[in-house]
Design a protein around this ligand. Structure first.
Ligand code: GTP
Ligand code: MG
Length: 220
C-alpha cells in the first residue's frame, strides 16, 4: 500500500513492479527558451536547431535510479506561448517539481521568471520543488543575463539554480537529478524520518484534475 507521503509526492505504484515512485515534473518558462530541447536532450540525447513551438502540452517518461529507488519521471513539456496558459496551468497541481527556464541571451525571458514563480504558487501544491535553469549557456558571446543575476534571483525565490545547455548537453542530467533529490529530501522531511513506505491511503491528485482557482493571465 502507498503512504500518505505518496499521496503528497507521487504514487507508489504497487501494481507496476518496474519502479518505486513516480514523480511528475513540469518544465515551464517563456516560449523559445529551450524547454522542449532540454527534454529531448535528457530523454533521447538528441538536439535540433530547428524551432518548432510546442502546442499545448506533451510529456516523456524516463526511469532513473536514485537513492536506491527506481523513480519513474513523467516530464511534462509545456508551451511557453501565452495563448496556451489555461491548458498548461491545469497540469501544475499534480506536479512534484518544476524546472523554471529562462534563456541567458533573452532578458525578457529572465524578467518573466518572477511571474512564472507566481503561477507556480497559484496553481501547484505548496510542497512542489522548483529549480531555476538559465539555458543556452553555450551562447556566451550573446549572453545578456549574467550568471550572478540568475543565482541571486534563485536565492531570492528560494530555488536551486543551474546554467544549462540543451545544445551542448551541459547540466541537463544534473538539473533533473538535483530536482529529484530535492523532491526526495522534502519527502523524507515531511515523513519526519519515518518509513516512507508505511501503509496509508493513496489519495494523490491525478494529472487530469483541474485547478480550483480561475486562470489569471501572466504578463509575459
Ligand atoms: P515553446 O515550445 O514555444 O515554449 O519553446 P521551447 O521553450 O520549447 O523552445 P525550444 O526547445 O523549441 O527551442 C527554441 C530554439 O532554441 C530552438 O531553435 C532550439 O534549437 C534552440 N535551443 C534550445 N536550447 C538551446 C541551447 O541550449 N543552446 C542553443 N544555442 N540553442 C538552443
Ligand atoms: Mg517547446
Amino acid at each position: 500500500m502507498a503512504s500518505a507521503t505518496d499521496a503528497r509526492y507521487g504514487q507508489k505504484e504497487s501494481t507496476d513492479q518496474n519502479f518505486d515512485y513516480m514523480f511528475k515534473i513540469l518544465i515551464i518558462g517563456n516560449s523559445s527558451v529551450g524547454k522542449t530541447s532540454f527534454l529531448f536532450r535528457y530523454a533521447d540525447d538528441s538536439f535540433t536547431p530547428a524551432f518548432v513551438s510546442t502546442v499545448g502540452i506533451d510529456f516523456k517518461v524516463k526511469t532513473i535510479y536514485r537513492n536506491d529507488k527506481r523513480i519513474k519521471l513523467q516530464i511534462w513539456d509545456t508551451a511557453g506561448q501565452e495563448r496556451y496558459r489555461t491548458i498548461t496551468t491545469a497540469y501544475y497541481r499534480g506536479a512534484m517539481g518544476f524546472i523554471l527556464m529562462y534563456d541567458i541571451t533573452n532578458e525578457e525571458s529572465f524578467n518573466c521568471v518572477q511571474d512564472w514563480s507566481t503561477q507556480i504558487k497559484t496553481y501547484s501544491w505548496d510542497n512542489a520543488q522548483v529549480l531555476l535553469a538559465g539555458n543556452k549557456c553555450d551562447m556566451e558571446d550573446e549572453r545578456i543575463v549574467a550568471g550572478d543575476r540568475g543565482r541571486q534571483l534563485a536565492d531570492q525565490l528560494g530555488f536551486e539554480f543551474f546554467e544549462t545547455s540543451a545544445k551542448d548537453n551541459i547540466n541537463v542530467k544534473q538539473t533533473f537529478e538535483r530536482l529529484v533529490d530535492i523532491i526526495c529530501e522534502k519527502m523524507s522531511e515531511t515523513t519526519d524520518g519515518s518509513d516512507p513506505n508505511a501503509a496509508g491511503p493513496k489519495v494523490g491528485p491525478s494529472l487530469t484534475e483541474q485547478p480550483q482557482r480561475s486562470h489569471q493571465d501572466c504578463a509575459c
